[in-house]
Structure formats: C-alpha cells, structure tokens
Design a protein around this ligand. Structure first.
Ligand SMILES: [Zn+2]
Ligand SMILES: [Zn+2]
Ligand SMILES: [Zn+2]
Length: 119
C-alpha cells in the first residue's frame, strides 16, 4: 500500500525522496485540490500548543497539526507516534492543518493529499 505522508517543513526531517518531491509539488501549487471533506471544516482554534498524547505516552512530537473538525492538536507524521494521523483514523475527522508558524495548508487524510478551501 502506498501511503504518502503530510509534507514536513524544516528540511532535515524530510528523509524520503518521495516526500521531497511531494513538497516540491506543493510549493509550485500542483497537487493542491479541493475535496468534499473541506465541508467538514469547523470554526476551531488550537487550545494547546503541545501534543497531549505525546505527553501522556512519553513520545517525541516533531511538528504540530490541528484537527479542523474538533480542534484536537496532535503531532505530524515525522513524529515518533503520528498522533494527528491516529486521531483522524479513530474519529474519521478528515482534515488537519499545520499550526507551525504561518503555514496554512490543509491535509486531507482520506484523500492523502493537500487540499484548499472552497472560496
Ligand atoms: Zn478529502
Ligand atoms: Zn504526539
Ligand atoms: Zn478531530
């Protein structure tokens, strides 16, 4: 099964050639599409600035993502335990975004790709 992971900022933690290629596509705008899941985006904001599940489990988060359905904050696919992905699988909440810096991309888990909001 081919599983793409969320793009990861910072360069050093992006180890896979396919990841680099994918981030490159993102930067040029190719591969960013709309999907029906953007309808499930709610007006949420992050309540914490840490991965609570990493805190509980003693694992190390790399970057933080927020669930756009319920506001859950979890860590990215480069983390020891990718808690944002785990949350999406457990709850069926489809869209997450980065809460690192001014990044504004949205990631759709069912589609495994970057999406943009419908205007
Ligand atoms: Zn989707
Ligand atoms: Zn975590
Ligand atoms: Zn959620």
């Amino acid at each position: 099964m081919l599983v793409r992971s969320m793009p990861d900022e910072g360069g050093a933690s992006v180890g896979l050639r396919s990841n680099l290629k994918f981030v490159g596509q993102y930067l040029t705008g190719i591969g960013v599409t709309e999907c029906e899941h953007v309808k499930e985006i709610a007006d949420v904001s992050p309540t914490v600035r840490e991965c609570m599940r990493c805190k509980e489990e003693g694992t190390r988060p790399v970057h933080l993502r927020m669930c756009m359905t319920c506001g859950f904050v979890g860590c990215c696919d480069s983390s020891e335990m990718p808690h944002m992905r785990a949350h999406a699988l457990e709850t069926g909440h489809p869209i997450a975004r980065s809460i690192e810096g001014d990044e504004s991309w949205l990631w759709c888990f069912p589609h495994e790709r970057l999406v943009r909001r419908r205007l």
